[in-house]
Design a protein around this ligand. Structure first.
Ligand code: AMP
Ligand code: MG
Length: 494
């Protein structure tokens, strides 16, 4: 007899460990159904990685499943409780418009949260409507996938489904649900929630996190200390990566700091064009707390909040625990500056960084800041000057100040074992040619949300899926906006 493979559950393979935890950490509830779901973006390669299969034409099924109107078998939807420091102030939060559908075990035995964003109100919604706009969910899909292709740890996006319902913001917008995939949604804010409201759960929860994300620490002498060190390393790696590509997260609150070290919450993020360490795009970041160059010190600040939650596990005596935590946290600066320095030297193609190279890096950054040079294109100009010295693009890279710096750089990379050739290979690996330029992102999003035209966004996503490719001539996707981006603003929670 011919064997048939079961297709009714589409490969959903949920093992829901969070649902087994203490009930004070979440609320079971289903997504609120939507009127008229329709798939607008679908990430087939991610679906395959997850072990999901929708081989035939399953558009209607996809729309039903990824709007939350129909639940797969074994889903145990729940909204997670958490707290967080937002712009430095402690607040109770929780999934106000998100629902964890379940934890998918992939064919290669990895575990991922599958979460809906924009799926309706929950007990944590406060005054919010629980919904999200098509504009912002498509934006998150585009940028999170771009980050993935830039080789930066990030939440992924599996689907955007429009709801057929209106969402009221400053104006009326079409609504949508995003399906977000992440190794977990456990945040510094989750630990803060427990420490403040359910302190008796901290030990059990920490153990859960270690088992789930850092099983190598299970046998360690002081797991809480080592957990802290791990999380600190992951945050440092993450922020160094952000600075490598010119990414500003924009809302580095502790509730948006993922314990497994992935970038997530793509509300007000943006990419810098002209380099400036104080660059800010978020409309609510009036004092530049989350400015480009402030990201390392904010990461350290957030880690300080994390350390506080672990104090009772670090040492029984509070004073001792505080001393140990302070010492661990003070290790941040050196670790960060070492990694940042190495990364910047790689952006310049230097094989074996030496102390003196710090000057070369710093002088270049100062020059960029002074001349409002494009961050991404400056490294490309160093790698391949001819791209920028033709016709109307001749511009600033022909200036004496740059040429003088460049000569010193040439001498420096001559010291690589493989000389200039090797430098260029290293640079290709570290410097993207294509980033999600803010103006291109906005143009593509406007086409979607105003004109229902998905062509520009598909084209842009295609370009951003190969960000390290080197085109022969400068493409329009590489250019900063002609008029600069000083008026560009981004927004939270839309
Ligand atoms: P975020 O700025 O996305 O990190 O969100 C901060 C908090 O506000 C989280 O608890 C969200 O769940 C909540 N939130 C954001 N937008 C909404 C909304 N439209 N309805 C309900 N809660 C929301
Ligand atoms: Mg958030």
């Amino acid at each position: 007899m011919k064997k048939t493979t079961p297709t009714n559950n589409f490969g959903f393979n949920f093992h829901n460990s969070y649902a087994q935890l203490d009930k004070r950490l979440f609320t079971f509830l289903k997504p609120v159904k939507v009127k008229e779901p329709s798939v607008v973006l679908w990430n087939d390669s991610l679906a395959k990685e997850l072990g999901l299969h929708f081989s035939e034409s399953h558009d209607k099924t996809l729309a039903e499943l990824f709007s939350g109107n129909r639940l797969p078998d074994n889903a145990q939807p729940l909204a997670q409780a958490y707290a967080g420091h937002q712009f430095g102030h402690f607040t109770m939060l929780g999934d106000g418009r998100a629902i964890l559908l379940g934890e998918q075990i992939t064919p290669d035995k990895k575990r991922y949260d599958i979460q809906f964003k924009g799926s309706g109100q929950t007990p944590y919604s406060r005054r919010g409507d629980g919904r999200a706009t098509l504009y912002s969910m498509v934006r998150e899909y585009l940028i999170s996938e771009a980050m993935h292709h830039l080789h930066i740890p990030t939440s992924r996006s599996l689907a955007v489904v429009s709801t057929g319902e209106d969402v009221n913001r400053e104006t009326v917008h079409p609504g949508a649900v995003l399906t977000r995939v992440m190794t977990s949604h456990i945040r510094v804010g989750t630990f803060e929630y427990i420490r403040h409201l359910q302190p008796e759960l901290i030990e059990e929860f920490t153990q859960y996190v270690i088992n789930r994300h850092f099983p190598e620490l299970k046998e360690s002498e002081n797991p809480a200390r080592e957990l802290f060190e791990k999380v600190m390393h992951l945050q440092i790696e993450l922020v160094v990566n952000w600075m490598r590509v010119g990414f500003i997260h924009g809302v580095m609150n502790t509730d948006n700091t993922a314990i497994p070290g992935e970038t997530f919450d793509y509300g007000p993020c943006a990419f810098i064009n002209a380099y400036h360490p104080r660059k800010v795009f978020s409309s609510i970041d009036h004092y530049g707390r989350y400015a480009f160059g402030n990201q390392p010190s904010i990461a350290q600040w957030n880690l300080g909040c994390f350390a506080v939650t672990l104090l009772p596990l670090i040492d029984e005596k509070e004073e001792e625990a505080t001393e140990i935590a302070k010492e661990m946290l003070s290790g941040f600066e050196k670790l960060f500056s070492n990694q940042y320095f190495k990364m910047m030297c790689s952006k310049l193609g230097i094989e074996n960084p030496e102390e003196n190279d710090g000057m070369l890096v710093e002088e270049l950054l100062n020059w960029m800041q002074q001349h409002e040079a494009d961050y991404t294109n400056t490294f490309l100009a160093i790698e391949n000057g001819s791209l920028f010295t033709q016709g109307s693009d001749a511009g600033i890279y022909g200036q004496e100040s740059f040429i003088n710096w460049y000569k010193r750089w040439e001498q420096r990379v001559d010291q690589n074992q493989g000389g200039m050739k090797q430098a260029k290979e290293i640079m290709q690996h570290y410097n993207p040619a294509f980033i999600p330029r803010n103006h291109l992102v906005e143009e593509a999003l406007e086409a979607v949300s105003v004109h229902d035209n998905f062509q520009p966004i598909h084209k842009l996503m295609d370009i951003l899926s190969k960000p390290y490719d080197r085109p022969d001539v400068l493409s329009s996707y590489q250019k900063p906006p002609a008029q600069g981006d000083s008026g560009y603003q981004t927004f939270c929670g839309t």
